[in-house]
Design a protein around this ligand. Sequence first.
Ligand SMILES: C[S@@+](CC[C@H](N)C(=O)[O-])C[C@H]1O[C@@H](n2cnc3c(N)ncnc32)[C@H](O)[C@@H]1O
Length: 277
Amino acid sequence: MTDRDDLASHYATGHLLDRIKQGCAALGLAPPMEPDVFAPVDEFHIGGRAATVPFIDALQVTKDSRVLDLGCGLGGPARYVAAQTGAHVTGIDLTEEFIDTAKALTEWTGLTERVHLLMGSVMGLPFEDRSMDAAYMIHVGMNIPDKAGLTREVARVLKPGGRFAIYDVMQIGVGDMAYPAPWASEADQSALATPELYEDALTDAGFDLQDRIDRTGFARDFFANLAAAQTRANGSPPLGLHLVMGETTALKLRNMVSHIHTGLIAPIELHARLPTD
Ligand SMILES: C[S@@+](CC[C@H](N)C(=O)[O-])C[C@H]1O[C@@H](n2cnc3c(N)ncnc32)[C@H](O)[C@@H]1O
């Protein structure tokens, strides 16, 4: 089985775009639409848009930046960066259904000039050396066993002084994770690693480490608020991550949240920068 097939068996449902269209119809939405309306479904990581905002701020992107989104999923963070900063963002992802859906949402939100999306692996980036000003990766490293190879590839395509930010679920305790989780149906699809392993990969690839931020407190509040909102609403909203995670959404979230509470895993941001020449 290829990486792509294996990942598709976890991430793809074959009906995602139709489900999003149905969600839009239920909310009375039709193109052209504001990118923000998709935030409940196109930000596939702990904390959604609320996590993306401070994470992206730290990258110091300007309208002249060329930015790379590694494992862009449905493209929510990429559209957010382009809409907020005017930068040109390229998103790459291995899951064909996500890229097809991301392209449709980008068209509906009128951002095709500034958001370019393509299918491919972050382990072999189809970009020139020193062609990007900044890169970020949100909740993707849990599917990437070779962190050293990944960080070398990002270092290759970034310009000197380029910033690289990672927001991943990392292993901080001892024990075994229960699956399914949002990023893996089974243990052999998961490549959880410690923050120290990521940091070693970054420094070996030539990055200077700038910051490590543990988002556990934020995550606990986020999931408590989410549970309360779902109880109040008596069910799932028309647009939400259940459209992406499918029938096992509740179990995937329960497994992840319980391991955050026991201290086995934590959502962590790492910020790094290449030296200037
Ligand atoms: C949990 S989703 C996060 C998506 C997006 N970053 C976000 O925050 O909304 C993980 C994504 O990583 C992608 N992915 C995993 N391994 C990859 C690889 N080797 N190359 C490209 N994308 C990959 C998956 O297809 C999936 O879209």
